[in-house]
Design a protein around this ligand. Structure first.
Ligand SMILES: NC(=O)c1ccc[n+]([C@@H]2O[C@H](COP(=O)([O-])OP(=O)(O)OC[C@H]3O[C@@H](n4cnc5c(N)ncnc54)[C@H](OP(=O)(O)O)[C@@H]3O)[C@@H](O)[C@H]2O)c1
Length: 357
């Protein structure tokens, strides 16, 4: 099965490592070999000279990226159109393109879909641009999987697909979808200043280079939008207004100035956390999809509810449907980390392989 990997970052490298480590399992359980034909980062694509990229070359390519070096040079730097064409010429059958980047790769992915390639995404960005692109990329799951775009490898998308396929009407989806915000709020709940909690999250590698991606609620909003769009609501990201954990005008600041001002937001968040505790509640960052609308923001919740009792970096998704009405369906567990996410991506690839017979 030919594979193309976009984005050899933390998740992409973990994926390649797992593909190499599980070759014998894939052969014995499924009778397949995942053959990596190309790896592309933000600058260029490395293509197999012929056949597939050899395992030792994949290892050294990952080691180079882990050291912060560019992909090893491989002749000319190929642009997106050139390398899609070049990969098509290398492959006997249509490849699976795997997007573990965090960039707007919509054009490349649409090009791949136009060539009938199958698609696996960990990257939320192409699914949260224009609704028309979402529909063209996902095709209701025909030849596409995007499990790890919401709550990492937890089976939220697969479960939702099954509910949609069988026609069990989904009335409400409620979830804590940001491990980063979950961690920060758990520290604020322990009377740690939010800005100190952000610094801790940064030191543990949870934060994006610009912390506003998480702290604005944008990341959680993208995930909620994917769920809403799957339910058939043709919403656009601009229509969502997630609660940010800082004043909106700080979006104009440089990253350094933003970080410097962050302590000014500590008191407001601490006050909300204390007020929640005084009412016997816990503060969570929650997304709700209901009646065609999406709400993303802080909520004071019952500590015994599925969202209220979740661990700091866990994700929880509660699905209320016709069948699961009195006792909703709850999916919860670890909601991030490169290894678990890569395993989710690999599971998506193998799910497509099984579908292909
Ligand atoms: N980490 C997690 O726990 C987790 C969980 C769920 C989902 N995800 C999603 O998984 C994706 C990867 O996360 P990560 O933590 O691995 O990120 P990361 O370490 O920042 O890696 C991103 C990679 O994408 C590459 N890239 C950038 N622009 C590209 C483009 N136009 N075409 C191809 N590659 C491009 C970067 O290459 P350069 O080196 O050239 O910049 C880098 O190798 C993200 O979309 C993230 O939201 C992550």
């Amino acid at each position: 099965v030919p594979i193309v990997v976009l984005g050899p970052g933390a998740v992409g490298r973990a994926l390649i490592g797992q593909i190499l480590a599980q070759r014998e399992r894939h052969r014995s359980r499924l009778g397949v070999r995942l053959a990596v034909l190309a790896v592309a980062d933000s600058r260029q694509a490395v293509l197999a000279a012929e056949g597939e990229i050899e395992d030792p070359q994949l290892v050294s390519l990952c080691e180079a990226k882990a050291r912060g070096e560019p992909l090893p040079e491989n002749g000319d730097v190929l642009g997106p159109d050139d390398w899609l064409e070049a990969v098509d010429e290398l492959a006997d059958v249509a490849p699976i393109i795997v997007d573990t980047s965090a960039a707007d790769t919509t054009a490349v992915l649409l090009g791949a879909r136009a060539r009938d390639w199958r698609l696996v995404l960990a990257n939320k960005v192409p699914l949260t641009g224009r609704y028309s692109a979402f529909a063209m990329l996902t095709r209701n799951g025909r030849g596409a999987r995007w499990e790890t775009t919401v709550a990492s490898a937890l089976p939220v998308i697969a479960t939702l697909q099954t509910l949609l396929d069988v026609g069990d009407p989904v009335r409400r989806i409620e979830g804590t979808l940001s491990g980063t915000l979950g961690y920060i709020l758990s520290r604020v709940d322990a009377d740690i200043a939010a800005s100190a909690a952000v610094a801790e999250a940064d030191a543990m590698g949870y934060l994006e280079p610009d912390p506003r991606t998480d702290l604005s609620g944008l990341d959680a909003a993208r995930k909620a939008l994917i769920l809403a769009r799957m339910l058939g609501h043709p919403l656009e990201l601009a229509a969502l207004s997630p609660d940010g954990l800082y004043p909106a005008e700080w979006d104009e600041l440089s990253v350094d100035d933003f970080r410097a001002r962050l302590p000014e937001a500590d008191a407001a968040l601490a006050a909300r956390s204390v007020a929640a505790r005084e009412e016997g509640r816990v503060l969570r960052y929650r997304a709700v999809v209901e009646d065609g609308a999406v709400q993303v923001g802080l909520a004071a919740l019952d500590p015994r509810s599925p969202l209220g009792r979740a661990g700091a970096t866990d994700s929880v998704v509660v699905l209320t449907t016709e069948h699961y009405r009195a006792n909703p369906l709850v999916i919860s567990g670890r909601g991030g980390g490169p290894a678990v996410t890569a395993a989710g991506v690999l599971g998506d690839i193998l799910s497509l392989v099984r579908d292909g017979g």
